[in-house]
Design a protein around this ligand. Structure first.
Ligand SMILES: *Cc1c(COP(=O)(O)O)cnc(C)c1O
Length: 418
């Protein structure tokens, strides 16, 4: 019988280095403090920690790569922790909210209402009235929103500031989540916008500009540049029918961060060059307009970690399982259950053994009685001791607030900004 030849081992794809966090004597340093000390300070596991210095660095990095004329907004859907939103509001030029609840946090956090925009399909009449009272910009997602806005404006004696969210006639290539192009619940189809603009003028709303959001989690600079060029061109085309000068063109965002093996960080340089061209064109074609980018995960994702503690470490039929007190009820995205098509691993480490070579493969699970509760599957890991801290990196966005905390009634997680 012929001996079956094994195929040559494929080179294992690696995660990009989590070099944003220093390591001292094998231990992860977060906000200048060792993880062990931070865990003691927090007083419980699991918890999320967000590093102020890294948030500041990220905004500075963007500012230096992008033209100064481009405004930077924080899309707080990515992480609505009040202290973090308050801190981000001091760093960016505006905050994008997508519910009255988020609006409240942004206002409490000190964001300037003039620089808050409110998007989202299915805004209730009461939410639209709150937006008018607050004086924020409403991104219209439907003609239906015109009437309640006009009514609130009349009743309160305040202008209803609106931009039109356009569902473009193109898609963002290479995007993790497509949110524009084709049939979508978001925004108004580009071809229906001229009629909507007449309707806005007739209703007496204060028109200020256009909002386009093609998609999310894109790591290809060229695809982002292409979407920005097309979004800009579409806004200029639609501006011909606008009832007032266009004051703001929100080109969306979609900047991704590397989550999975083989992915690398987005190259900002070509995006900066591309935006410089658009800024120059805007000065001629829509001279009253400011270009705006709205970013969520790119601003906060890499600055956050999720930390849980090892409860058990066991072997089942030759495979190592590290069971922790954290899981999908706090961090749905890391378990692959938040929109991923194929389950892949977030970068994971042992907080006190960052420099210890792996001793083998392990699957890191949570305490939930469901096979979906896997924080990492078959990853190279050093021997995890019971009581040791496990860290899931790239966890500053779509973490706690995007997870079903009540599922199985385990304790809630803490969140700290350090
Ligand atoms: C979700 C969303 C964002 C933020 O997306 P990120 O991928 O976190 O940058 C921005 N704008 C709109 C309209 C969104 O729906």
């Amino acid at each position: 019988m012929a001996i079956e030849r094994r195929p040559p081992a494929r080179p294992l794809l690696q995660h990009v280095a989590m070099s944003q966090f220093p390591v001292r004597a094998g231990e992860l340093i977060v906000g200048g403090m060792s993880l062990t000390r931070l865990a003691a300070r927090v007083g419980q596991t699991p918890f999320y920690a967000y590093d102020r210095g890294l948030l500041r660095d990220r905004v500075a990095q963007l500012r230096s790569a992008l033209p100064a004329a481009v405004k930077l907004h924080y899309a707080m859907k990515a992480n609505p922790m009040p202290a973090l939103v308050c801190f981000m509001a001091t760093l960016v030029d505006g905050v994008d909210v997508a519910s009255a609840g988020e609006l409240q946090v942004a206002l409490d956090g000190g964001a300037d209402p003039q620089e808050i925009s409110f998007a989202g399909p299915g805004k209730r009449d009461a939410e639209l009235r709150q937006a008018v009272a607050a004086g924020v910009l409403v991104n219209l997602e439907s003609a239906r929103e015109i009437r309640p806005l006009a009514a609130a404006s009349q009743e309160l004696g305040l202008p209803a500031r609106v931009a039109v969210r356009v569902n473009p006639d193109f898609e963002l290539k290479g995007s993790g989540m497509k949110m524009g192009g084709g049939p979508k619940p978001f925004g108004v189809d580009a071809e229906a916008v001229p009629a909507l603009l007449r309707h806005i003028a007739a209703a007496g709303l204060q028109f200020e500009g256009f909002h386009l959001f093609a998609g999310s989690q894109n790591l290809r600079a060229e695809a982002i540049c292409e979407a920005q060029r097309q979004s800009y061109a579409l806004a200029v085309r639609l501006a011909a029918n606008a009832p007032a000068p266009v004051r703001s063109v929100n080109l969306g965002g979609g900047f991704g961060i590397p989550y999975f093996p083989g992915e690398s960080r987005l190259d900002l340089a070509p995006i900066g060059d591309n935006l410089a061209v658009l800024v120059e064109r805007a000065a001629r074609e829509v001279p009253a307009a400011t270009l705006v980018l709205e970013l969520g995960r790119f601003l906060v994702g890499e600055a956050g970690i999720y930390v849980c503690r090892v409860i058990d470490s066991k072997i089942s039929r030759g495979e190592r399982f590290v069971v922790t007190d954290g899981g999908l009820h706090h961090h749905l995205a890391a378990t692959g259950n938040f929109g991923q098509v194929v389950r892949r691993n977030y970068p994971v480490g042992l907080g006190s053994q960052m420099t210890t070579p792996p001793s083998g493969l392990a699957t890191v699970t949570g305490p939930l009685c469901t096979p979906l509760d896997k924080l990492a599957e078959q990853v190279p890991l050093a021997d995890a001791l019971i009581g040791e801290l496990v860290v899931i990196f790239q966890s500053g966005a779509y973490g706690a607030s995007a997870s079903p905390e009540r599922f199985l009634l385990h304790p809630a997680c803490a969140q700290v900004l350090i």
